[in-house]
Design a protein around this ligand. Sequence first.
Ligand SMILES: NC(=O)c1ccc[n+]([C@@H]2O[C@H](COP(=O)([O-])OP(=O)(O)OC[C@H]3O[C@@H](n4cnc5c(N)ncnc54)[C@H](OP(=O)(O)O)[C@@H]3O)[C@@H](O)[C@H]2O)c1
Length: 182
Amino acid sequence: MSLRNSVFIATSLDGYIAREDGSIGWLDEASATVPEGEDFGYNAFFESVDVLITGRKTFDQVLTFAEWPYADKPVVVQTRRPLEVPERLAQVTPSAEEPRALVQRLEAQGARRAYVDGGVTIQRFLAAGLIDDLIITTIPILLGKGIPLFGPLEQDVHLAHVSTQSYKCGFVQTTWRVVYTT
Ligand SMILES: NC(=O)c1ccc[n+]([C@@H]2O[C@H](COP(=O)([O-])OP(=O)(O)OC[C@H]3O[C@@H](n4cnc5c(N)ncnc54)[C@H](OP(=O)(O)O)[C@@H]3O)[C@@H](O)[C@H]2O)c1
């Protein structure tokens, strides 16, 4: 596939991306300790993607933010239900396509790199063999329970370590490349 699908996400040390109720106050609190101007490479990453593929639950959460964070980049929301999209967000479209069909469509439309977001959504793309790289920022906190980044898999997913950077604030960012053998 020529569409590169990338994950850029923050997790607790025990692998959760949100509490069980979907809240991310723990992440906001940790982010408040970060020196001004440090974005952990997010802006450069965001600039490098043409399209976002996000789960409906993540989309719902993003809608509660004070500002829409994705400018006018196209956002595809994976959902099996009707999606209410505010009128000002004409670039947001719902999709119930399976990951492979969605990737093929986006490729045909000329997309080169997608930002895949949301736990279940990332897991569906991983299971379909469609994630190329993961940039995971580990936050120094244990939540004990919550919404996991990863889940059950039919087969192992092999990874190559690309880089790890640690920050004074305690965040540790590791980039992984998924290794496909077939
Ligand atoms: N820590 C971070 O950096 C970070 C980043 C992103 C998100 N989050 C948090 O993660 C939480 C959301 O993650 P999540 O794992 O619960 O969900 P998600 O991946 O954001 O969304 C899950 C939704 O995807 C849709 N879906 C599932 N299977 C599908 C299929 N076969 N076809 C089409 N659509 C399908 C369903 O929507 P319908 O129910 O509408 O059908 C499902 O509810 C939020 O609390 C968010 O704040 C944290």
